[in-house]
Write a protein that binds this ligand. Structure first.
Ligand code: FAD
Length: 446
Protein backbone atom coordinates (compact mmCIF):
# COMPACT_ATOMS: atom_id res chain seq x y z
CA UNK A 1 0.00 0.00 0.00
CA UNK A 2 1.55 3.30 -1.07
CA UNK A 3 -0.80 5.88 0.49
CA UNK A 4 -3.95 6.26 2.56
CA UNK A 5 -7.14 6.14 0.48
CA UNK A 6 -8.38 9.66 -0.28
CA UNK A 7 -12.06 8.77 -0.65
CA UNK A 8 -14.39 6.29 0.99
CA UNK A 9 -15.12 3.02 -0.72
CA UNK A 10 -18.86 2.95 -0.16
CA UNK A 11 -21.17 0.01 -0.60
CA UNK A 12 -20.91 -3.66 0.21
CA UNK A 13 -17.29 -3.76 1.38
CA UNK A 14 -15.46 -6.40 3.41
CA UNK A 15 -12.28 -5.55 5.29
CA UNK A 16 -9.86 -7.70 7.34
CA UNK A 17 -11.64 -8.76 10.52
CA UNK A 18 -15.13 -8.71 8.98
CA UNK A 19 -16.93 -12.06 9.45
CA UNK A 20 -17.16 -12.88 5.71
CA UNK A 21 -13.75 -11.52 4.74
CA UNK A 22 -11.84 -14.82 4.80
CA UNK A 23 -14.49 -16.72 2.87
CA UNK A 24 -14.66 -13.96 0.25
CA UNK A 25 -10.90 -13.83 -0.34
CA UNK A 26 -10.58 -17.61 -0.74
CA UNK A 27 -10.21 -18.89 -4.29
CA UNK A 28 -10.37 -22.41 -5.71
CA UNK A 29 -6.62 -23.04 -5.48
CA UNK A 30 -5.75 -23.27 -1.77
CA UNK A 31 -2.09 -22.50 -2.59
CA UNK A 32 -3.25 -18.88 -2.90
CA UNK A 33 -3.54 -16.99 0.39
CA UNK A 34 -3.74 -13.24 -0.27
CA UNK A 35 -5.22 -10.48 1.83
CA UNK A 36 -6.79 -7.55 0.02
CA UNK A 37 -7.15 -4.20 1.76
CA UNK A 38 -10.84 -4.37 0.86
CA UNK A 39 -13.20 -6.62 -1.08
CA UNK A 40 -15.95 -4.80 -2.95
CA UNK A 41 -18.93 -7.07 -3.55
CA UNK A 42 -20.25 -5.75 -6.84
CA UNK A 43 -23.90 -6.01 -7.86
CA UNK A 44 -23.90 -3.79 -10.93
CA UNK A 45 -21.60 -2.01 -13.36
CA UNK A 46 -21.71 1.16 -11.24
CA UNK A 47 -20.10 -0.72 -8.30
CA UNK A 48 -17.36 -1.98 -10.59
CA UNK A 49 -16.75 1.54 -11.92
CA UNK A 50 -16.54 2.86 -8.36
CA UNK A 51 -14.04 0.18 -7.37
CA UNK A 52 -11.83 0.85 -10.38
CA UNK A 53 -11.88 4.62 -9.78
CA UNK A 54 -11.07 4.12 -6.10
CA UNK A 55 -8.14 1.80 -6.82
CA UNK A 56 -6.72 4.18 -9.42
CA UNK A 57 -7.20 7.27 -7.30
CA UNK A 58 -5.38 5.64 -4.42
CA UNK A 59 -2.76 3.85 -6.48
CA UNK A 60 -3.85 0.43 -5.23
CA UNK A 61 -3.59 -2.94 -6.95
CA UNK A 62 -6.87 -4.16 -8.44
CA UNK A 63 -7.95 -7.77 -8.85
CA UNK A 64 -11.10 -9.12 -10.48
CA UNK A 65 -12.91 -12.25 -9.34
CA UNK A 66 -15.45 -14.06 -11.51
CA UNK A 67 -15.86 -17.68 -10.38
CA UNK A 68 -12.50 -17.67 -8.53
CA UNK A 69 -11.43 -20.89 -10.25
CA UNK A 70 -8.26 -19.78 -11.98
CA UNK A 71 -5.23 -21.76 -10.82
CA UNK A 72 -2.94 -18.69 -10.82
CA UNK A 73 -5.21 -17.04 -8.25
CA UNK A 74 -5.05 -13.57 -9.79
CA UNK A 75 -8.64 -13.01 -8.69
CA UNK A 76 -7.31 -11.99 -5.29
CA UNK A 77 -4.52 -9.55 -4.40
CA UNK A 78 -2.44 -8.53 -1.41
CA UNK A 79 -3.11 -5.08 -0.02
CA UNK A 80 -5.28 -3.85 -2.89
CA UNK A 81 -8.91 -3.82 -3.97
CA UNK A 82 -10.58 -7.07 -4.95
CA UNK A 83 -13.67 -6.66 -7.11
CA UNK A 84 -15.83 -9.64 -6.24
CA UNK A 85 -18.28 -10.13 -9.10
CA UNK A 86 -19.83 -13.31 -7.68
CA UNK A 87 -23.09 -11.53 -6.72
CA UNK A 88 -23.61 -10.51 -10.39
CA UNK A 89 -25.70 -13.46 -11.52
CA UNK A 90 -28.24 -11.78 -13.81
CA UNK A 91 -29.26 -14.13 -16.59
CA UNK A 92 -31.66 -13.74 -19.49
CA UNK A 93 -32.11 -16.46 -22.07
CA UNK A 94 -33.71 -15.37 -25.33
CA UNK A 95 -34.54 -18.59 -27.21
CA UNK A 96 -36.17 -16.71 -30.11
CA UNK A 97 -32.97 -14.89 -30.98
CA UNK A 98 -30.65 -17.65 -29.68
CA UNK A 99 -28.98 -15.32 -27.24
CA UNK A 100 -28.05 -15.53 -23.55
CA UNK A 101 -27.14 -12.41 -21.54
CA UNK A 102 -25.14 -13.56 -18.53
CA UNK A 103 -23.62 -11.87 -15.48
CA UNK A 104 -19.94 -12.47 -14.64
CA UNK A 105 -20.71 -14.12 -11.29
CA UNK A 106 -22.41 -17.11 -12.92
CA UNK A 107 -20.89 -20.56 -12.86
CA UNK A 108 -21.10 -22.91 -15.84
CA UNK A 109 -23.81 -24.96 -14.13
CA UNK A 110 -26.02 -21.87 -13.65
CA UNK A 111 -25.87 -21.00 -17.34
CA UNK A 112 -26.19 -24.59 -18.56
CA UNK A 113 -29.28 -25.23 -16.45
CA UNK A 114 -31.05 -22.11 -17.72
CA UNK A 115 -30.21 -22.65 -21.39
CA UNK A 116 -30.97 -26.38 -21.31
CA UNK A 117 -34.43 -25.50 -20.10
CA UNK A 118 -34.93 -24.44 -23.75
CA UNK A 119 -32.89 -27.31 -25.24
CA UNK A 120 -30.04 -24.87 -25.91
CA UNK A 121 -26.49 -24.36 -24.68
CA UNK A 122 -23.45 -22.09 -24.85
CA UNK A 123 -20.22 -24.04 -25.52
CA UNK A 124 -18.36 -23.68 -22.20
CA UNK A 125 -15.98 -25.96 -20.24
CA UNK A 126 -16.46 -29.42 -18.74
CA UNK A 127 -16.97 -28.70 -15.05
CA UNK A 128 -20.07 -27.03 -13.66
CA UNK A 129 -18.38 -25.14 -10.80
CA UNK A 130 -16.04 -23.09 -13.03
CA UNK A 131 -16.82 -19.39 -13.55
CA UNK A 132 -18.09 -18.37 -17.00
CA UNK A 133 -16.13 -15.09 -16.89
CA UNK A 134 -12.50 -16.17 -16.71
CA UNK A 135 -13.24 -19.26 -18.79
CA UNK A 136 -14.78 -17.26 -21.65
CA UNK A 137 -12.19 -14.48 -21.63
CA UNK A 138 -9.35 -17.00 -21.89
CA UNK A 139 -11.00 -19.19 -24.57
CA UNK A 140 -13.33 -21.79 -23.05
CA UNK A 141 -12.72 -25.36 -24.19
CA UNK A 142 -15.41 -27.95 -23.64
CA UNK A 143 -17.45 -30.82 -25.02
CA UNK A 144 -19.10 -28.78 -27.75
CA UNK A 145 -15.96 -27.25 -29.28
CA UNK A 146 -15.85 -29.58 -32.28
CA UNK A 147 -19.31 -28.63 -33.45
CA UNK A 148 -19.77 -25.07 -32.15
CA UNK A 149 -16.31 -23.71 -31.26
CA UNK A 150 -14.99 -22.28 -28.02
CA UNK A 151 -16.87 -20.14 -25.51
CA UNK A 152 -15.01 -17.07 -26.81
CA UNK A 153 -16.08 -17.89 -30.39
CA UNK A 154 -19.68 -17.64 -29.18
CA UNK A 155 -19.21 -14.35 -27.32
CA UNK A 156 -21.10 -11.88 -29.51
CA UNK A 157 -21.29 -8.90 -27.19
CA UNK A 158 -20.36 -7.61 -23.75
CA UNK A 159 -20.77 -4.74 -21.33
CA UNK A 160 -17.33 -3.64 -20.18
CA UNK A 161 -16.20 -1.16 -17.54
CA UNK A 162 -12.89 0.32 -18.66
CA UNK A 163 -9.90 1.60 -16.71
CA UNK A 164 -11.43 5.10 -17.00
CA UNK A 165 -14.56 3.69 -15.32
CA UNK A 166 -16.58 4.18 -18.53
CA UNK A 167 -19.26 1.59 -19.32
CA UNK A 168 -18.95 0.40 -22.93
CA UNK A 169 -21.32 -1.73 -24.99
CA UNK A 170 -19.17 -3.97 -27.11
CA UNK A 171 -20.21 -5.89 -30.23
CA UNK A 172 -19.10 -6.47 -33.83
CA UNK A 173 -20.50 -2.97 -34.55
CA UNK A 174 -19.20 -1.07 -31.51
CA UNK A 175 -15.64 -1.36 -30.19
CA UNK A 176 -15.06 -4.41 -32.40
CA UNK A 177 -11.35 -4.30 -31.50
CA UNK A 178 -12.27 -4.78 -27.87
CA UNK A 179 -14.57 -7.71 -28.68
CA UNK A 180 -11.66 -9.28 -30.58
CA UNK A 181 -9.47 -8.89 -27.48
CA UNK A 182 -12.08 -10.29 -25.11
CA UNK A 183 -12.19 -13.46 -27.21
CA UNK A 184 -9.11 -15.01 -25.62
CA UNK A 185 -7.13 -12.01 -24.32
CA UNK A 186 -8.18 -12.60 -20.70
CA UNK A 187 -9.06 -9.80 -18.29
CA UNK A 188 -6.54 -7.35 -19.76
CA UNK A 189 -8.88 -4.70 -21.16
CA UNK A 190 -11.59 -4.01 -18.61
CA UNK A 191 -14.13 -5.67 -16.36
CA UNK A 192 -16.90 -7.49 -18.19
CA UNK A 193 -20.18 -6.93 -16.37
CA UNK A 194 -22.36 -8.80 -18.87
CA UNK A 195 -21.63 -11.44 -21.52
CA UNK A 196 -23.87 -11.96 -24.57
CA UNK A 197 -23.57 -15.42 -26.10
CA UNK A 198 -24.78 -17.22 -29.19
CA UNK A 199 -26.89 -20.27 -28.25
CA UNK A 200 -27.09 -23.63 -30.02
CA UNK A 201 -29.48 -26.57 -29.85
CA UNK A 202 -27.89 -29.24 -27.62
CA UNK A 203 -28.96 -32.45 -25.94
CA UNK A 204 -29.50 -35.00 -24.79
CA UNK A 205 -25.93 -36.06 -25.45
CA UNK A 206 -24.46 -39.52 -25.89
CA UNK A 207 -21.64 -39.50 -23.39
CA UNK A 208 -19.63 -41.28 -20.72
CA UNK A 209 -16.19 -42.80 -20.30
CA UNK A 210 -14.17 -45.82 -21.37
CA UNK A 211 -11.61 -47.07 -18.87
CA UNK A 212 -8.57 -49.19 -19.69
CA UNK A 213 -6.13 -51.00 -17.40
CA UNK A 214 -2.53 -49.84 -17.37
CA UNK A 215 -1.30 -52.77 -19.48
CA UNK A 216 -3.49 -51.49 -22.35
CA UNK A 217 -2.67 -47.83 -21.91
CA UNK A 218 -0.31 -47.34 -24.86
CA UNK A 219 -2.53 -49.23 -27.31
CA UNK A 220 -5.68 -47.44 -26.12
CA UNK A 221 -4.03 -44.02 -26.45
CA UNK A 222 -2.81 -44.79 -30.00
CA UNK A 223 -6.13 -46.26 -31.14
CA UNK A 224 -8.05 -43.30 -29.73
CA UNK A 225 -5.70 -40.83 -31.43
CA UNK A 226 -6.13 -42.49 -34.83
CA UNK A 227 -9.87 -42.88 -34.36
CA UNK A 228 -10.33 -39.20 -33.51
CA UNK A 229 -8.34 -38.09 -36.56
CA UNK A 230 -11.32 -39.17 -38.68
CA UNK A 231 -14.21 -38.53 -36.26
CA UNK A 232 -17.06 -36.11 -37.05
CA UNK A 233 -17.17 -32.66 -35.42
CA UNK A 234 -19.98 -33.72 -33.09
CA UNK A 235 -17.57 -35.97 -31.18
CA UNK A 236 -15.18 -34.56 -28.59
CA UNK A 237 -13.07 -36.62 -26.22
CA UNK A 238 -10.92 -35.96 -23.18
CA UNK A 239 -8.30 -38.44 -22.03
CA UNK A 240 -7.36 -38.56 -18.38
CA UNK A 241 -4.78 -40.63 -16.58
CA UNK A 242 -5.08 -41.00 -12.82
CA UNK A 243 -4.36 -43.57 -10.13
CA UNK A 244 -7.08 -46.09 -9.34
CA UNK A 245 -7.98 -47.01 -5.77
CA UNK A 246 -5.08 -49.46 -5.57
CA UNK A 247 -2.62 -46.77 -6.68
CA UNK A 248 -2.09 -48.08 -10.23
CA UNK A 249 -2.55 -45.61 -13.12
CA UNK A 250 -5.45 -46.14 -15.49
CA UNK A 251 -6.49 -44.45 -18.70
CA UNK A 252 -9.97 -43.08 -19.08
CA UNK A 253 -11.37 -41.66 -22.32
CA UNK A 254 -14.30 -39.33 -21.71
CA UNK A 255 -16.54 -38.86 -24.74
CA UNK A 256 -19.37 -36.56 -25.72
CA UNK A 257 -21.35 -36.94 -28.92
CA UNK A 258 -23.63 -33.90 -29.32
CA UNK A 259 -25.39 -34.97 -32.53
CA UNK A 260 -28.35 -37.34 -32.68
CA UNK A 261 -27.85 -40.13 -30.08
CA UNK A 262 -28.59 -42.94 -32.62
CA UNK A 263 -25.86 -41.67 -34.89
CA UNK A 264 -23.50 -41.45 -31.89
CA UNK A 265 -24.10 -45.12 -31.19
CA UNK A 266 -22.78 -46.01 -34.66
CA UNK A 267 -19.92 -43.54 -34.70
CA UNK A 268 -18.64 -44.70 -31.32
CA UNK A 269 -18.92 -48.43 -31.99
CA UNK A 270 -15.26 -48.99 -33.06
CA UNK A 271 -13.91 -47.02 -30.11
CA UNK A 272 -16.08 -48.95 -27.65
CA UNK A 273 -15.13 -52.27 -29.25
CA UNK A 274 -11.40 -51.64 -28.95
CA UNK A 275 -9.81 -53.52 -26.09
CA UNK A 276 -12.49 -53.88 -24.84
CA UNK A 277 -12.37 -51.38 -21.97
CA UNK A 278 -12.91 -52.60 -18.41
CA UNK A 279 -15.65 -50.02 -17.90
CA UNK A 280 -17.92 -48.41 -20.47
CA UNK A 281 -20.42 -45.87 -19.10
CA UNK A 282 -21.44 -44.34 -22.44
CA UNK A 283 -25.18 -43.73 -22.60
CA UNK A 284 -27.66 -41.01 -23.58
CA UNK A 285 -27.81 -38.42 -20.82
CA UNK A 286 -28.90 -34.84 -20.16
CA UNK A 287 -26.16 -32.36 -21.03
CA UNK A 288 -26.25 -30.87 -17.49
CA UNK A 289 -25.58 -34.34 -16.03
CA UNK A 290 -22.45 -34.64 -18.15
CA UNK A 291 -21.34 -31.13 -17.16
CA UNK A 292 -21.52 -31.83 -13.43
CA UNK A 293 -20.01 -35.35 -13.60
CA UNK A 294 -16.40 -34.29 -12.80
CA UNK A 295 -17.29 -31.82 -10.01
CA UNK A 296 -16.65 -34.20 -7.11
CA UNK A 297 -13.14 -34.91 -8.40
CA UNK A 298 -12.06 -31.30 -7.73
CA UNK A 299 -13.01 -30.47 -4.14
CA UNK A 300 -12.81 -26.91 -2.86
CA UNK A 301 -9.94 -26.19 -0.50
CA UNK A 302 -7.35 -28.42 -2.18
CA UNK A 303 -3.94 -27.27 -3.34
CA UNK A 304 -3.16 -27.12 -7.04
CA UNK A 305 -0.08 -26.85 -9.22
CA UNK A 306 -0.48 -27.15 -12.99
CA UNK A 307 1.86 -27.31 -15.97
CA UNK A 308 0.45 -27.33 -19.45
CA UNK A 309 1.05 -27.10 -23.19
CA UNK A 310 -0.48 -28.27 -26.48
CA UNK A 311 0.23 -31.74 -27.81
CA UNK A 312 -0.33 -31.94 -31.54
CA UNK A 313 1.26 -35.29 -32.38
CA UNK A 314 0.95 -38.30 -30.12
CA UNK A 315 4.11 -39.95 -31.44
CA UNK A 316 5.48 -43.19 -30.02
CA UNK A 317 8.14 -41.18 -28.20
CA UNK A 318 5.50 -38.86 -26.69
CA UNK A 319 3.43 -41.88 -25.63
CA UNK A 320 6.43 -43.51 -23.97
CA UNK A 321 7.21 -40.35 -22.01
CA UNK A 322 3.56 -39.93 -21.06
CA UNK A 323 3.46 -43.43 -19.61
CA UNK A 324 6.69 -42.81 -17.70
CA UNK A 325 5.46 -39.61 -16.05
CA UNK A 326 2.10 -41.22 -15.25
CA UNK A 327 3.84 -44.15 -13.57
CA UNK A 328 5.70 -41.65 -11.35
CA UNK A 329 2.49 -39.89 -10.24
CA UNK A 330 2.42 -39.35 -6.47
CA UNK A 331 -0.35 -41.10 -4.51
CA UNK A 332 -3.49 -38.99 -4.26
CA UNK A 333 -5.75 -37.26 -6.71
CA UNK A 334 -3.44 -35.79 -9.33
CA UNK A 335 -3.86 -36.53 -13.00
CA UNK A 336 -2.85 -35.92 -16.58
CA UNK A 337 -5.46 -34.55 -18.95
CA UNK A 338 -5.61 -34.37 -22.73
CA UNK A 339 -8.69 -32.40 -23.74
CA UNK A 340 -9.47 -32.47 -27.45
CA UNK A 341 -9.56 -29.19 -29.40
CA UNK A 342 -10.89 -29.94 -32.87
CA UNK A 343 -13.45 -29.36 -35.60
CA UNK A 344 -15.07 -25.92 -35.57
CA UNK A 345 -12.74 -24.64 -32.82
CA UNK A 346 -9.68 -25.63 -34.83
CA UNK A 347 -10.85 -24.13 -38.13
CA UNK A 348 -11.21 -20.49 -36.95
CA UNK A 349 -8.40 -18.34 -38.40
CA UNK A 350 -5.56 -17.70 -35.94
CA UNK A 351 -6.04 -13.92 -36.22
CA UNK A 352 -9.87 -13.97 -36.16
CA UNK A 353 -9.96 -13.85 -32.35
CA UNK A 354 -7.34 -13.28 -29.64
CA UNK A 355 -7.30 -17.05 -28.92
CA UNK A 356 -4.56 -18.24 -31.29
CA UNK A 357 -4.34 -22.03 -30.84
CA UNK A 358 -6.30 -23.10 -33.88
CA UNK A 359 -5.27 -26.63 -34.81
CA UNK A 360 -6.47 -30.13 -34.07
CA UNK A 361 -4.62 -30.91 -30.88
CA UNK A 362 -4.81 -31.86 -27.24
CA UNK A 363 -4.81 -29.27 -24.48
CA UNK A 364 -2.28 -31.20 -22.42
CA UNK A 365 -2.38 -30.65 -18.67
CA UNK A 366 -0.34 -32.04 -15.81
CA UNK A 367 -2.69 -31.37 -12.91
CA UNK A 368 -1.24 -31.90 -9.45
CA UNK A 369 -3.83 -31.57 -6.67
CA UNK A 370 -3.53 -32.63 -3.06
CA UNK A 371 -5.21 -31.97 0.26
CA UNK A 372 -2.34 -31.82 2.76
CA UNK A 373 0.20 -28.97 2.69
CA UNK A 374 2.95 -31.37 3.75
CA UNK A 375 2.57 -33.08 0.37
CA UNK A 376 3.28 -29.88 -1.56
CA UNK A 377 6.98 -30.40 -2.37
CA UNK A 378 6.41 -33.91 -3.75
CA UNK A 379 3.44 -32.91 -5.91
CA UNK A 380 5.04 -29.77 -7.27
CA UNK A 381 8.24 -31.64 -8.08
CA UNK A 382 6.28 -34.32 -9.96
CA UNK A 383 4.42 -31.72 -12.05
CA UNK A 384 7.61 -29.82 -12.87
CA UNK A 385 9.68 -32.91 -13.70
CA UNK A 386 6.85 -34.35 -15.78
CA UNK A 387 6.51 -31.14 -17.76
CA UNK A 388 10.27 -31.01 -18.39
CA UNK A 389 10.11 -34.56 -19.71
CA UNK A 390 7.09 -33.86 -21.95
CA UNK A 391 8.18 -30.44 -23.19
CA UNK A 392 10.12 -31.72 -26.25
CA UNK A 393 6.87 -33.28 -27.51
CA UNK A 394 4.70 -30.18 -26.93
CA UNK A 395 4.12 -27.07 -29.04
CA UNK A 396 5.68 -23.82 -27.89
CA UNK A 397 2.20 -22.76 -26.80
CA UNK A 398 -0.07 -22.94 -23.78
CA UNK A 399 -3.74 -22.31 -22.98
CA UNK A 400 -3.85 -19.07 -20.98
CA UNK A 401 -6.45 -20.46 -18.56
CA UNK A 402 -4.05 -23.24 -17.51
CA UNK A 403 -1.14 -20.92 -16.73
CA UNK A 404 0.17 -20.39 -13.24
CA UNK A 405 2.61 -17.62 -12.41
CA UNK A 406 5.18 -18.69 -15.00
CA UNK A 407 6.80 -15.53 -16.37
CA UNK A 408 6.71 -13.44 -19.56
CA UNK A 409 7.88 -16.13 -22.01
CA UNK A 410 5.00 -18.40 -21.09
CA UNK A 411 2.55 -15.48 -21.35
CA UNK A 412 3.88 -14.79 -24.86
CA UNK A 413 3.40 -18.48 -25.67
CA UNK A 414 -0.21 -18.23 -24.48
CA UNK A 415 -1.10 -15.32 -26.78
CA UNK A 416 1.21 -16.48 -29.59
CA UNK A 417 1.21 -14.43 -32.82
CA UNK A 418 -1.69 -12.31 -31.51
CA UNK A 419 0.42 -10.72 -28.77
CA UNK A 420 1.39 -7.54 -30.74
CA UNK A 421 -2.25 -6.79 -31.64
CA UNK A 422 -3.31 -7.41 -28.04
CA UNK A 423 -0.62 -4.99 -26.85
CA UNK A 424 -2.02 -2.27 -29.15
CA UNK A 425 -5.60 -2.84 -27.95
CA UNK A 426 -4.30 -2.82 -24.38
CA UNK A 427 -2.73 0.60 -25.02
CA UNK A 428 -6.01 1.91 -26.47
CA UNK A 429 -8.15 0.80 -23.51
CA UNK A 430 -5.75 0.50 -20.57
CA UNK A 431 -2.51 2.42 -21.24
CA UNK A 432 -1.61 2.63 -17.53
CA UNK A 433 -2.05 -1.15 -17.12
CA UNK A 434 -4.66 -0.81 -14.38
CA UNK A 435 -5.74 -4.40 -15.15
CA UNK A 436 -2.42 -6.12 -14.59
CA UNK A 437 -3.30 -8.91 -12.16
CA UNK A 438 -3.83 -11.41 -14.96
CA UNK A 439 -1.69 -13.09 -17.64
CA UNK A 440 -0.61 -9.62 -18.49
CA UNK A 441 -0.18 -7.98 -21.88
CA UNK A 442 1.99 -4.84 -21.68
CA UNK A 443 0.47 -1.83 -23.43
CA UNK A 444 2.34 -0.73 -26.57
CA UNK A 445 1.47 2.40 -28.58
CA UNK A 446 1.28 1.97 -32.36
C1 FAD B 1 -11.50 -27.88 -11.93
C2 FAD B 1 -11.31 -26.99 -13.12
C3 FAD B 1 -11.80 -27.39 -14.36
C4 FAD B 1 -11.62 -26.58 -15.47
N1 FAD B 1 -12.10 -27.00 -16.69
C5 FAD B 1 -11.96 -26.20 -17.77
C6 FAD B 1 -12.49 -26.57 -19.03
O1 FAD B 1 -13.11 -27.61 -19.18
N2 FAD B 1 -12.31 -25.75 -20.07
C7 FAD B 1 -11.64 -24.58 -19.97
O2 FAD B 1 -11.54 -23.87 -20.96
N3 FAD B 1 -11.12 -24.19 -18.78
C8 FAD B 1 -11.27 -24.98 -17.70
N4 FAD B 1 -10.73 -24.58 -16.51
C9 FAD B 1 -9.93 -23.36 -16.45
C10 FAD B 1 -10.81 -22.15 -16.32
O3 FAD B 1 -11.19 -21.74 -17.61
C11 FAD B 1 -10.06 -21.00 -15.65
O4 FAD B 1 -9.72 -21.40 -14.35
C12 FAD B 1 -10.89 -19.72 -15.64
O5 FAD B 1 -10.04 -18.64 -15.39
C13 FAD B 1 -11.95 -19.77 -14.58
O6 FAD B 1 -12.73 -18.62 -14.61
P1 FAD B 1 -13.25 -17.96 -13.25
O7 FAD B 1 -14.13 -16.83 -13.57
O8 FAD B 1 -13.77 -19.04 -12.37
O9 FAD B 1 -11.85 -17.50 -12.68
P2 FAD B 1 -11.32 -16.23 -11.75
O10 FAD B 1 -10.26 -16.86 -10.95
O11 FAD B 1 -12.48 -15.61 -11.04
O12 FAD B 1 -10.81 -15.28 -12.81
C14 FAD B 1 -9.64 -15.52 -13.54
C15 FAD B 1 -9.14 -14.23 -14.14
O13 FAD B 1 -10.03 -13.83 -15.17
C16 FAD B 1 -10.19 -12.41 -15.16
N5 FAD B 1 -11.61 -12.12 -14.96
C17 FAD B 1 -12.51 -12.85 -14.29
N6 FAD B 1 -13.72 -12.29 -14.41
C18 FAD B 1 -13.57 -11.18 -15.16
C19 FAD B 1 -14.45 -10.20 -15.66
N7 FAD B 1 -15.76 -10.25 -15.43
N8 FAD B 1 -13.94 -9.20 -16.41
C20 FAD B 1 -12.62 -9.15 -16.69
N9 FAD B 1 -11.74 -10.05 -16.25
C21 FAD B 1 -12.22 -11.07 -15.50
C22 FAD B 1 -9.30 -11.88 -14.07
O14 FAD B 1 -8.05 -11.51 -14.66
C23 FAD B 1 -9.11 -13.07 -13.16
O15 FAD B 1 -7.88 -13.06 -12.47
C24 FAD B 1 -10.93 -25.35 -15.36
C25 FAD B 1 -10.45 -24.95 -14.11
C26 FAD B 1 -10.64 -25.75 -13.00
C27 FAD B 1 -10.09 -25.30 -11.69
Amino acid sequence: MTSQPTTDLNGDVLRPGDPDYDAARAVFNAMIDRKPLAILRCRQAADVARGIAFARENDLALSVRGGGHNVAGNAVCDGGIMLDLSPMKDLRVDPDHLRAHAGPGLLLGDLDRATQHHGLAVPLGVMSKTGIAGLTLGGGLGWLNGRYGLACDNLVGAEVVTADADVLHVSEDEHADLLWGLRGGGGNFGVVTSFTYQLHPVGPVYAGALTYPWAMAADALRFHDQFMARAPDELVTAVSIALDLSGVPQVSIGVCWCGHPDEGLNVLRPLRAFGPPVHDTIAPMPYVALQSAPDAGFPLGWLHYWKSGYLRHLTDAATDTLLEIAAAMPPGSSGIGMQGLRGAASRVAVDATAFPHRATQYDFLILAQWADRDDSPRNIAWARDSFTAMEPHLEHAVYVNNLGTEGPDRIRAAYGPNYPKLAEIKYRYDPANTFRLNQNVSPVSQ
